[in-house]
Design a binder for this molecule. Structure first.
Ligand code: ZN
Length: 144
C-alpha cells in the first residue's frame, strides 16, 4: 500500500515551473514587470527551437516567462496574430519527462512534442496539445 503511494508521488508534477506569456516585445514589456510589478529579471536568452527570445522573471518559487517571437514562423508569432498578446502556456516541472510523455501518449493524450526538445534555461521541454487538455497549453519541463 505504502509502495503504491510512493510510486504515484514520483509522477506528480512538482510545481508550476513558470507561466508563459506571449509579448510583442520583451523590451517594451519589461518596464511593466520590473518597475510596476517589481519582479526581478533573472535573464534573457534565445531559444532557437521555438524561434523566440525569452525573459524569466522570478516570482516566489515560480517564474513568468515572457516570449517574444523572432520570426513570423515562430509559434508565438502565430499565437499573437490569432489571439493577441497574453497568457500562452503553463509549465509544470516533472521528473522523467520521456516516461511521462510515453504514458500520456499511451492513454490517448495528444502531444505537440512526442519527444522532449531543448528549452530555455537548459531544460528539456515538451508541449501537450491543448485539444487534449481542455483548451490549456501545458508544457512539461525537466531540469537536468
Ligand atoms: Zn515555457
Amino acid at each position: 500500500m505504502l509502495e503504491t503511494v510512493v510510486v504515484e508521488q514520483v509522477k506528480v508534477p512538482k510545481k508550476i515551473d513558470h507561466i508563459g506569456i506571449a509579448v510583442n516585445s520583451i523590451d517594451e514589456a519589461l518596464p511593466f514587470y520590473v518597475d510596476q510589478l517589481q519582479l526581478k529579471l533573472l535573464g534573457i536568452e534565445e531559444v532557437s527551437t521555438q524561434k523566440v527570445r525569452v525573459a524569466f522573471l522570478k516570482i516566489g518559487e515560480a517564474k513568468l516567462e515572457l516570449l517574444e517571437p523572432l520570426s513570423e514562423e515562430s509559434p508565438i508569432a502565430q499565437f499573437i496574430n490569432k489571439r493577441g498578446a497574453g497568457i500562452h502556456h503553463v509549465a509544470l516541472a516533472v521528473d522523467d519527462i520521456e516516461d511521462r510523455l510515453n504514458e500520456l501518449k499511451q492513454n490517448g493524450v495528444r502531444l505537440i512534442n512526442e519527444k522532449p526538445v531543448p528549452g530555455a534555461a537548459n531544460a528539456q521541454v515538451a508541449f501537450l496539445h491543448p485539444k487534449s487538455a481542455l483548451g490549456v497549453l501545458y508544457e512539461f519541463c525537466e531540469k537536468k
